[in-house]
Write a protein of this length. Sequence first.
Length: 126
Amino acid sequence: MITLTKVRQLDLSAATPGRPLYLSAASGLVCLRSFNYVVADDELHLGVFRANSSEPGHLVRLFEGELPDCNADRKKRKADFEALTLLPTFGNYPDGALLALGSGSRPNRRLGALQFDFSFRHSLTR
């Protein structure tokens, strides 16, 4: 049996319009150095949280556009990200990259995002 241990709340310093101040559907997690990166299946963003801290995280946009506030409409249009993984150093990416993938269950869910610029993590307060 797997024992779960709560690490932190996924609360945010700012949310997308009409959304709560937390990630409500976290599907993928990568822990890298002093940060936790979380992909949510009902957002177009990546959540960035400082490890070993309870301070709110922030969102980094992966795709342009807006999702509807209505849950039923949002469910139809979301990218449905289900996986997040760290790719090792390659090409011009000395820090590697984060790869987010959709569920693939519909055409709008066959998306992937490659995040290779980690400069946004320095914008978190210490």
